[in-house]
Design a protein around this ligand. Sequence first.
Ligand code: AMP
Ligand code: MG
Length: 420
Amino acid sequence: MTTQPFANTSPYALLTFQQAWEQIEQRLDALPPQYVPLEGAGGLVLAASVVASSAVPPFAASTMDGYAVIANDPAVDTARGRRLTGEEAAGAPSRIPIGPGECRRIMTGAPLPPGADAVIAVEDTREAKGYMIATLEVAHGANVRPVGSDVALGAVVLTEGTLLGPAEIGLLAMLGQARVQVHPRPRVVVLATGDELAQPDQQLVPGQIYDSNSYALAEAVRTIGCQVERSHHAADEPEAVEQALREAVSRADLVITTGGVSMGTRDLLKPTLERLGTVHFGRVATKPGKPLTYATIAGVPVLALPGNPVSTLVGFEMYVRPALRLLGGKRPLWRPSVKARLLHPIKRDRERLDWQRAHVLELDGQWQARTTGAQASSRLLSMVGANGLLCVAPGEGQIATGECVDCILLERVESAEVPW
Ligand code: AMP
Ligand code: MG
């Protein structure tokens, strides 16, 4: 391939992270609503409020195993008690009315037979010779769930924007809704680019390295509940990159690429994205992630991450995850941030916001942080086991031991075994 000489200066403005994120957010809407089966809808967001189409319970039901009765029934035989007229099981109502002086065995969840208005718990009774004697009388309505007492017919039970978890899914099932209108799971295509990439099951030839980014990214996408497809990596040839991008945008709601976004003569992502769509930014004052690029092709967002493995995963955390949340109808939240006290000094970057990987631990209400060692953006080990991302503002010199810095708590924090 014949290449152009190096370009020494980038034509792209250097944005702050905040400015870059605004460019992304402006162009992302929640995916159009779809009906999906209830099973598997967990983690998705409701696209419309849910009105109860039936009452719960749909019939007056016993809350106890006991006897269905007429409360304060004047016709009860004072010596023998109430006359037993059979049994009501859950799911199998007899529909035979209860008359004065009568009772019927009833199980929890069974419909109250016509005429009965209360249930006496079995613990408060004695049964003999076809009669039941109550040791405790009950009032009208005792131990009965009236129709609609849990959910009233027509009530708004879930509002648009609600995240579906086990309770919400259960409630929809309780109302007999087999499908639910949600913002669907975003479909993501991960495209690794680079002539040097081999797959982990291949033999390396000189100059090659294994493609780790597409595996790391696919896993990251999967863990936040999106659908992911790892595309075959594209060579650093204009046609290959163009073809791979065209295919990716045709079947994705968001495309992530890695590699090929910086100043090398074989860095083809930016020019190809310019040709196929619109590049909204191409440089951000962060470390790692300076050449990170955002484009849209026919409305499909493309986040082109730099190839270094740490840049890729930090890029996922700071850009891709909140972007996928937006597509899924959620707020673009980052993980929670705390102030963490440094256990050793940290050198600032003069111009860029530095996202340093750290082990953090809360001791007596105070977060403490130690970085994960050398912070080169190629050193994926700096990310392995990290449970914090320090946000070190640009400036001169060092931040001293004991000073506090903002720290994003990565998901692993709950299970972290911090190796101090
Ligand atoms: P680039 O962004 O293409 O300039 O790549 C920056 C560095 O990341 C280079 O050392 C690449 O070899 C490396 N790299 C690029 N893509 C991958 C990948 N998929 N997996 C692991 N390393 C990569
Ligand atoms: Mg490259």
